[in-house]
Design a protein around this ligand. Sequence first.
Ligand code: HEC
Ligand code: HEC
Ligand code: HEC
Ligand code: HEC
Length: 398
Amino acid sequence: MNRQARRPVAIAILLALPLLLAGCELGPKETTQYGPRGTGMEQVVNLNIKQDPGIPPPSAYQLETREGQRAREIYPELKVLGDISVEEFGLLMANITTWVVPADAPAAEQGCNYCHNPDNMASYEKYTKTVALSMLKMTQNINLNWQQHVKQTGVTCYTCHRGKAIPEYSWSFEPDEDQTTILGNKQGQNTPVQAVGWSSLPNDPNSYFLGDREIKVAGRTLHPGATTNGIKDAEHTFGLMMQISGALGVNCTFCHNTQGFQNWDVSRTQKMSAWHGVRMVREANADYIQPLMATFPVNMGRLGPMGDPLKVNCQTCHQAQSKPLGGVSMLADNPALAELGAWATVAPAQTPSAVIAGGTVRTTDGVVGAVAVVPAATAALLADKVQAIRAAAATPAG
Ligand code: HEC
Ligand code: HEC
Ligand code: HEC
Ligand code: HEC
């Protein structure tokens, strides 16, 4: 390129530079105001990147009555779904197949055979059936015990799976890389990942979704010394908040009033919903997914690099919608997913053995938890911890 030709190029680059540096997003926006004018209580949505909630597949057919012979009378080995009618049971199996079995499953594993040996439907020789049983309990538990979050809308397997055996969005522990450099421990910062909006915030937001890592950071009194949390904790909390916002496709003011991020009185009710959501996710991971660690096959993409199963966060269900699937409920056609089967009274929840088993969560603060199964005695202690999570889930304190 000669000098003459270079000049217009240079000028064009110079003119474009402010646009790039300003980080402005071009294109149409949609603004919704939630609070009094001037308080910044609004949502700004970029219509160019707004995502479609998607349309759930229809039920195989409509169930006309829930009367009739109970499934247990024909299949005495049922553990969860024995109390519904044979017909409803068959319908649910058909729907589950649509929701979970991948369209490209190998021929021998297509349809019902993804979980069943066709010659012995009662057998648990395929690991997928064991997993599905725990998933059934998890789904029922969410729909019944977490209505403060999922309301009457509820969830089905489809909310997470969307026609795939492994949901598109999940997380697992990261290998414990040596974070200490000559400049010190960088606390997961300056390693931008999508989860925290490519910012330089700590990149470990998922560590809040197993166990009970404290999210609150603001001081509750006038005296700054009264809180043990420092700026470092605040940065981790902000990383989590970036992830939550992205998962729901919203801005901070969807839940908070910037007048006081910690203040429940001036927050939107959505903040309360999110608070329950965090506890619901912790329980799903601790009681229903983490204990499947030994069930999943290795080297098949079912376990993360540390050997723990792929777990749930907000994005697993929400997928950039403030309500998953745009708030559409699929429970009317699948009522059994919103009832506690006999399992709940006979054998309450699962032994939370692996709860925090996979344990102390690895945080970028260097708290490292080996992902290992905990001995029975410790498991009993952990059970208390789960009770504590549940009890604490009743109301937020402070
Ligand atoms: C994603 C895994 C999965 C798929 C796919 C699946 N099932 Fe099931 N099926 C289960 C689970 C889990 C149970 C046990 C439920 C319980 O104990 O309450 C079960 C139980 C059964 C039983 C009772 C077996 C017995 O005697 O105990 C029958 C029959 C059955 N399924 C039929 C089907 C049919 C037909 C299809 C295909 C339309 C199908 N299933 C697809 C997971 C699956
Ligand atoms: C809250 C989200 C969520 C819901 C609801 C959910 N699942 Fe899952 N499911 C997961 C995640 C995450 C995994 C991946 C675990 C892994 O691979 O380590 C999974 C894995 C599975 C697998 C193993 C698939 C494979 O190929 O290894 C089966 C089978 C399954 N789920 C069945 C079900 C069924 C049946 C339901 C409804 C009764 C259901 N799931 C509801 C999150 C969910
Ligand atoms: C979907 C709702 C939701 C969104 C969106 C959200 N937050 Fe939060 N935020 C919460 C909840 C719930 C808590 C309290 C969690 C807890 O105590 O367990 C919280 C806590 C906080 C705290 C700590 C307050 C305290 O009590 O010490 C700060 C700071 C914060 N959020 C900032 C933000 C910022 C900044 C954004 C945007 C990047 C954001 N939040 C987006 C729900 C949300
Ligand atoms: C198991 C699926 C699932 C997971 C995981 C999940 N949610 Fe939800 N969430 C729902 C459903 C379903 C609704 C819709 C309830 C309704 O109809 O009002 C909802 C609603 C909400 C709402 C209210 C939205 C509104 O418009 O009023 C907020 C806020 C929210 N979720 C935040 C979260 C956060 C934060 C997380 C992660 C900590 C999370 N959710 C994880 C299923 C889920």
